[in-house]
Design a protein around this ligand. Structure first.
Ligand code: ATP
Length: 402
């Protein structure tokens, strides 16, 4: 028989156990609730972020469209500038405070407020479709120095100034001299300037970008300066690159009295070119080769040290050079073995490399017309007469040949 005292003690023990179990249960519940709270907090945060980004999206969609434009000139350091809008007209505008004035330079692409035309932001430089589609010849069709006839000195000089710094920059670093940034090839049309530039690009395995000065200023009015900038960027991106600027005189002729807006356009393009040349790393792996037929009218600023400071003349080929060029272009032709090449050389006085190439092609045409399998000396003589007379006629009608 249990006594009352014992019963009481038993009940107390039971109560104690019950309380412990209940406390444990409550603790577990609390932990579950805390976990649940954390999950809900995280979900709340996620939804808040989503709400925020949706609000931003709504704000962005509500913003009025901006007009894209190109900065043409900076008028002062407070952000006043002349811009040419993509719709055509030019405006004098102010820049918003958000825009950093130092980033505003001629040629920058900007976005304008539609109503006030204020510059609202600077747009990232996008490669112009013209620049994108430009002639970036990565693998130059097999043109080597062996294809350049009669220009030994010129080849030697271009190799030293363009090829060597690209292939062995350490030579210049060790000695401590700066290789020339740009070389300028000058001489009559068809004397092999482009040919040699392509040969260097091929031999150095560099990309070759060819731009034509007159196209920059005529086709892309108002855009010349920007294009120059983009072309230099493209050249850096494709490095090692040889940037060949043909008809440099079209953008780089002497600054005479500026009369028309066309002149101003040329001027701006030239200024941009000068600043690109100045901002260029000397030992970088982009080399610039300029070419012109009119070195006499070039702006002296272009020829200053650090710009096109090496001038290489391409003369009209003399007898020896003509022989070398004839041999190069005859290499692939089926030519009579008995041909007297000296005779051809004597009758082609004054012919350029391009003329000689044309003579070879024309001689081939004469042979084809006769249904012959081989080109004879007579074909070459006929071809020379035809090609050179045609040139003489053209020169005479333009008053350049007395
Ligand atoms: P332009 O000033 O009109 O641009 P250019 O001096 O750049 O003329 P090229 O385009 O190099 O002349 O020459 C035209 C073509 O004539 C060449 O593709 C080449 O076939 C031939 N030619 C010119 N000069 C030479 C040369 N020295 N040796 C071999 N071929 C030549």
């Amino acid at each position: 028989m249990t006594t009352i005292k014992e019963k009481k003690k038993k009940d107390e023990t039971k109560d104690g156990e019950y309380l412990i179990t209940y406390t444990r249960h409550l603790e577990k519940r609390l932990r579950n609730l805390e976990t649940e709270k954390q999950l809900l907090d995280a979900e709340k945060l996620r939804l808040e972020q989503e709400l925020h980004s949706l609000r931003n999206e709504i704000d962005r969609l509500r913003e009025p469209p901006l007009v894209s434009a190109t900065v043409i000139d900076i008028l002062d350091d407070k952000g006043r500038a002349i811009v040419k809008s993509s719709t055509g007209p030019s405006f004098v505008v102010n820049a918003s405070r958000k825009v950093k004035n130092e980033k505003l330079i001629a040629g920058t692409r900007v976005a304008l407020n539609q109503r006030t035309f204020a510059i609202m932001e600077i747009l990232p430089t996008k490669l112009d479709p013209f620049v994108k589609g430009m002639e970036v010849i990565e693998n130059i069709p097999d043109i080597s120095y062996a294809d350049v006839g009669g220009l030994e000195e010129q080849v030697q000089e271009v190799r030293e100034t363009v090829e060597l710094p690209l292939k062995k920059p350490e030579l210049f670093e060790n000695i401590g001299i700066e290789p020339p940034k740009g070389v300028l090839l000058y001489g009559a049309p068809g004397t092999g300037k482009t040919l040699l530039a392509k040969a260097v690009a091929h031999e150095t395995e560099a990309s070759f970008i060819r731009i034509i000065g007159s196209e920059l200023v005529q086709k892309f009015i108002g855009e010349g300066a920007r294009l120059v900038r983009e072309i230099f960027n493209l050249a850096k991106k494709n490095a090692p690159t040889i940037l060949f600027i043909d008809e440099l005189d079209a953008i780089g002729s002497q600054r005479l009295k500026i009369a028309t807006s066309g002149d101003r356009e040329v001027q701006r393009t030239l200024m941009q070119l000068l600043s690109e040349l100045d901002g260029f790393e000397l030992r970088g792996d982009v080399k610039i080769i300029g070419a012109t037929n009119r070195v006499d009218i070039l702006d002296p600023a272009l020829l200053r040290p650090g710009r096109f400071d090496r001038l290489i003349e391409f003369p009209v080929p003399n007898e020896e050079a003509r022989e070398a060029i004839f041999k190069i272009h005859m290499r692939r032709l089926h030519v009579e073995k008995t041909i007297n090449i000296k005779k051809l050389i004597s009758i082609t006085e004054g012919a350029t490399g391009a003329d000689i190439k044309a003579i070879c092609t024309e001689a081939g045409m004469f042979a084809i017309r006769k249904d012959a399998a081989i080109i004879t000396e007579e074909d070459f003589i006929d071809a020379s007469n035809k090609v050179l007379n045609k040139i003489k006629d053209t020169l005479q009608s333009s008053g350049l040949y007395a």
